[in-house]
Write a protein that binds this ligand. Structure first.
Ligand code: ASP
Ligand code: MG
Length: 405
């Protein structure tokens, strides 16, 4: 049986008229397959509103109760869509994550899907019904309701597509796909027709926010193509798959940027074994994620050591690094958040010399100073001044001819 899984994000179901639009799109897709499972998010900003409601009653709400609360957002959308489908004569049934057989790990607010028992869904599909599943939620061994972390409906959708052996998974959102750069900065940016799982994960890690990374990981593990499209038009969108066709021609897939970055430099750190562990151990214990690290070579037995973290972690990090500097005999530290990250991503760079050179030349020609560089096999990231980030993204998009896809 060729089943189709479609997921509609919060902005696509924000109002009754948008839900009606989704119902029509689902109805139209019916003729292309043997059955459809639709995964929905909470309407509009419902999840944010529920979180702030909770915080008005408790600064640190018990996470089990948070999951009971947050799951209601999706639990509202699912029956509304099912009703809207019924209103146009399409037989549909809504299911919670628990009813849909989504079993998760125990941990609340960041649960992982451990198993899907799809019997109920398959039964309903066999009866010719559209199945509307509340995204983002599941149940743990105790049958307590869990949620999968912010943006988790993408994960529900790709996991269900895998369990049902769907041909692919369609993710409907308010943008026309994964863009070659942020279109608010680069007006000529275009949706990337095809991108590999690995590229998408790198992209997400350095600032592109379209897809939930865990959903992409599941797609990669089970080879499930993910088609990201707009729910508001019929344009082609982006297909995330194993082997994008454009691979040979397009060496760089896109430019990502991130402004939630801060840099800490530990000054005149003694150059001896154990120092890096002494610095990064306490940060890790406090769940502060360290990104780019640069250790300069010292000449007088000391060295400066810089690293980046997300700007939202800066306050927490500053509470720690003063003490760390003192305990290892460094000369203190400097912190700044006037920086940004700009990255080029593409598997093509694996065997194409000159991609990095083009990046550095382009930034140099634009008079943009690079403070730190980090690379993976398919990504080059430069840390630059925050106020130059627009110029950098625009210049790089032009340099790699990404407007000519
Ligand atoms: N409603 C949840 C959130 O806003 C899950 C989702 O939209 O995917 O994070
Ligand atoms: Mg949402």
């Amino acid at each position: 049986m060729a089943y189709l899984v479609q997921k509609y994000g919060g902005s696509s179901v924000a109002t009754p008229s948008k839900i009606r639009g989704v119902a029509k799109r689902v109805q139209k897709s019916l003729c292309t397959c043997d059955g459809i499972v639709v995964v929905v998010s909470a309407m509009g900003d419902t999840t944010d509103e529920l979180i702030s409601l909770a915080h008005r009653l408790n600064d640190d709400p018990p996470s089990r109760e948070m999951d009971m609360l947050l799951s209601t957002g999706e639990t509202i959308t699912a029956p509304l869509l099912a009703m809207s489908l019924a209103a146009i004569g399409v037989d549909a049934v809504s299911l919670t994550g628990l009813q849909a057989g989504i079993r998760t790990s125990a941990s609340h607010r960041k649960a992982r899907i451990v198993d899907i028992i799809p019997e109920r869904i398959l039964e309903e599909l066999a009866r010719g019904r559209i199945v509307v599943v509340a995204g983002f939620q599941g149940a743990n061994e105790q049958l307590d309701i869990t949620t999968l972390g912010r943006g988790g409906s993408d994960t529900t959708a790709v996991a269900l597509a895998t369990a049902l052996r769907a041909e692919h998974c369609e993710i409907y959102t308010d943008v026309r796909g994964v863009f070659s750069a942020d279109p608010r900065i680069v007006p000529e940016a275009v949706p990337i027709p095809e991108i590999s799982y690995a590229e998408m994960l790198e992209f997400a890690a350095v600032g592109a926010k379209v897809m939930h990374p865990r959903a992409v990981e599941i797609g990669e593990a089970y080879d499930m193509p993910i088609w990201v499209r707009s729910s508001f038009d019929d344009s082609g969108g982006t297909i995330i798959c194993r082997h994008p066709k454009l691979e040979d021609r397009q060496k760089v897939r896109g430019i990502a940027h991130e402004t939630d970055v801060a840099k800490i430099t530990m000054l005149r750190v003694p150059d001896r074994p154990g120092i890096a562990a002494a610095i990064f151990g306490p940060l890790a214990e406090h769940h502060i994620n360290v990104d780019v690290i640069l250790q300069n070579v010292g000449h007088d037995g000391t060295t400066d050591l810089s690293f980046t973290i997300s700007a939202s972690d800066l306050r927490a990090a500053e509470k720690l690094v003063g003490d760390i500097a003192h305990s290892i005999g460094a000369d203190g530290y400097e912190a700044t958040s006037d920086i940004a990250k700009v990255s080029v991503v593409g598997t093509g760079m694996l065997n194409t010399p000159g991609i990095a050179a083009t990046m550095f030349r382009t930034l140099a020609d634009a008079g943009i100073n690079i403070t730190l560089i980090s690379t993976s096999e398919i990504r080059i990231t430069c840390i630059i001044d925050r106020e130059r980030v627009r110029d950098a993204v625009q210049a790089l998009h032009r340099a790699y001819e990404l407007d000519q896809l």
